[in-house]
Design a protein around this ligand. Structure first.
Ligand code: PGA
Length: 229
């Protein structure tokens, strides 16, 4: 298992952002007289970026580019006011990030969330840890599962993709990792089920963040593995 660097997905992996996203989405849908969605339904709407979220949430016949654009504008305004009401790191994330930091393993974040919100999340909810790179969606790279963002991070870190562990909670993340030549590790505390992670190529699954550390410590090349020192 690779262990020179770890790239994390954000929503559903490091942070539980679901409730704030659902509340924002539903308030915008309500304002525009469209049906709202349950939290469980929203688990499958999030992950492809914010424009796709709006598109998937709208009734099919309403999804014209003009309506999507205007709903997206409102969503971004509402989300800016409500993004951190309930959003927090999952239990065990803090200890896991502490341990990666102690072991000198590089850390990055790659999200399909808009770049400004991704940075806000990292700056305000993950400020105790240094991330070597934090990247949300911009016009420079196509959304995940296109591997260009992940490969750009590898280049910036100066680490071969094959030496990078990619940790995420969705099929999109597993595909991204596979296409980038990284190791796809699926987490089971996030938004999507185990079956999806396996279907899209997860090579290993973890039930809680501490297991990531155990796996890395058992990896022969890991800086934290006493056998490799
Ligand atoms: O689509 C989103 O907004 C969230 O995306 P992420 O799971 O890549 O963080």
């Amino acid at each position: 298992m690779p262990c020179k660097a770890v790239i994390f997905d954000l929503d559903g992996t490091l942070l539980n952002t679901l409730e704030d996203i659902v509340n924002t989405l539903n308030s915008v849908l309500y304002q525009h007289n469209y049906p709202q969605h349950s939290v469980d339904a929203c688990r499958f709407l999030v992950g492809h970026g914010m424009r796709e979220l709006v598109k998937k949430a709208l009734p099919e016949e309403a999804g014209t580019p003009e309506i999507i654009d205007s709903m997206l504008e409102d969503l971004l305004i509402h989300y800016a006011e409500n993004w951190n009401v309930h959003s927090r790191p999952y239990e065990g994330i803090a200890a896991m990030l502490d341990e990666l930091t102690a072991q000198g393993i590089k850390k990055a974040i790659l999200s399909n969330k808009a770049d400004n919100f991704t940075r806000l999340c990292a700056e305000q909810l993950l400020s105790d840890w240094h991330f070597d790179m934090v990247m949300g969606h911009t016009d420079t790279f196509t959304h995940k599962p296109d591997p260009s963002g992940a490969l750009f991070i590898a280049g910036q870190l100066g680490i071969e993709p094959g030496d990078i562990l990619y940790v995420g909670d969705s099929g999109i993340d597993m595909l991204t990792a596979t296409r980038a030549g990284m190791f796809p590790l699926g987490v089971l505390w996030g938004f999507r089920p185990e079956s999806e992670l396996l279907q899209f190529g997860a090579k290993a699954l973890v039930k809680e963040p501490g297991e990531i550390i155990t796996m890395l410590m058992n990896c022969p090349g890991c800086p934290g593995n006493s056998a490799s020192r």
